[in-house]
Design a protein around this ligand. Structure first.
Ligand SMILES: Nc1ncnc2c1ncn2[C@@H]1O[C@H](COP(=O)(O)OP(=O)(O)OP(=O)(O)O)[C@@H](O)[C@H]1O
Ligand SMILES: [Mg+2]
Length: 381
């Protein structure tokens, strides 16, 4: 008996490339990922030919959708760089017209053009770190909850291709459903819509594939998901300041970036790189969070500065960006995070939840900062 994947390949055989070849014979298809009737694959083409391939992508999606037993399909069109390292990554063509409430926030002049906003979404902010493992995802989820507690409508987009962690941090085991054929309905947690790139990219997908795949997958997650009306969307970015991160910073219509760092020098050097990256693409840096700051021993009550203390505040001052707050290194934060029960949602009266809410208030204030059009935020401060 033919597998569903075979049926998908057979259906794609009836879709022709711009030069008339059956799609599976063009060498442009990635592995076809299929789970529970949900199909995902990408078509990788030369950057110069992207426009003509967009129609092929649409036809491929329609052909696969027509296969019995296929419940949903997502086809990403990925452009290969023509100019080798350092070339500007291509944008996906035919983005729907933008018009996110509030208009573009990036400083004008000089830098690359801002991507179009997402209709209905007030402000998109990135939570980023130069270095991995500094608590970026933990900060992102608790910051989102803190913004929610300030009365804002908040969504979370986990764009960390290398280690999507929102499914774990928010105990999500289900996959998003499609609505109306090709739009996805985000998962709802703690009153917030959540999407993770982990829903779309198979864990087995080799790392080398992820960079190219992610650009299209990201665009789809931003523009083909029923986010509804949001004041703020918090994006958990992949760690680092390489090509993939830079492209994301360029492709996502960001209103600002929050940088997470631990206090050690090494992490701070990477945080500095992160700030430089966002400045390069004209995304305002809303500030730095010092995570894993002081450790208070739960047994003796004595505090120790395991990774040092105050480094991020000092760095923020030095670089002229706001300092947003210090989150202590605390076993409760780790346990709750890893159990899918973030502290702001499950221990709202704890001092740690208050720290995150204070950080959230500073972020909100930064978003309304001078010179930038206020995002569509309804605030009763
Ligand atoms: N303030 C904190 N106190 C104690 N543990 C923390 C704190 N912040 C994060 N952690 C823990 O540190 C680990 C790494 O955190 P997290 O996954 O948020 O980091 P990350 O920067 O997103 O990592 P990656 O680069 O892998 O995406 C997790 O186990 C998390 O629970
Ligand atoms: Mg993470």
């Amino acid at each position: 008996m033919a597998s569903l994947k075979d049926d998908v390949v057979a259906a794609l055989g009836k879709v022709a490339s711009p030069d008339g070849k059956p799609l599976p014979q063009t060498g442009t298809l990635s592995d076809i990922v299929e789970t529970d009737g949900k199909v995902f694959f990408s078509i990788t083409v030369d950057a110069a030919a992207v426009q003509e391939w967009e129609a092929v992508r649409t036809r491929a999606e329609a052909a696969v959708r027509a296969v019995p037993a296929v419940k949903s399909v997502m086809v990403a069109l990925t452009a290969e760089r023509a100019g080798g390292a350092g070339a500007t990554p291509p944008r996906r063509p035919q983005m729907p017209p933008g018009g996110g409430a509030g208009g573009p926030a990036r400083a004008s002049g000089g830098g690359p053009p801002s991507p179009a906003g997402i209709p209905g979404v007030g402000a998109i902010i990135a939570v980023a770190s130069g270095k991995g493992g500094v608590g970026k995802s933990t900060t992102a989820v608790n910051l989102a909850l803190g913004l929610r507690d300030l009365g804002l409508k908040v969504g979370i987009l986990d764009a960390d291709i290398y280690g999507p962690s929102m499914p774990k941090l928010l105990a999500i085991r289900e996959k998003p459903q499609t609505i109306g054929g090709n739009r996805l309905k985000p998962i709802e947690r703690h009153g917030m819509p959540v999407m993770s790139i982990g829903f779309l990219i198979d864990e087995e997908t080799p790392m080398i594939w992820r960079g190219p795949m992610v650009m299209s997958a990201l665009t789809q997650m931003l523009r083909e998901v029923e986010w509804g009306i949001l004041d703020v969307m918090v994006v958990d970015m992949p760690p680092g300041t390489g090509d993939a991160q830079l492209t994301m910073a360029q492709q996502v219509p960001l209103k600002g970036a929050v940088i997470v760092s631990t206090p050690q020098d090494l992490a701070l050097i990477d945080a500095r790189r992160g700030i430089a990256m966002f400045r390069r693409v004209n995304v305002p840096v809303l500030g730095i969070v010092e995570n894993m700051s002081t450790f208070v021993c739960p047994h003796c009550g004595k505090s120790s500065d395991i990774f040092g203390h105050g480094g991020a505040r000092h760095e923020a001052e030095r670089l002229g960006v706001p300092f947003l707050g210090e989150v202590p290194l605390d076993i409760g934060i780790r346990e709750k995070s890893d159990a899918g029960a973030p502290v702001v949602a499950t221990a709202p009266d704890s001092p740690h939840a208050q720290i995150y809410r204070d950080i959230a208030a500073r972020v909100r204030d930064g978003l309304q900062g001078e010179g930038r059009p206020a995002p569509k935020i309804v605030i009763e401060a």
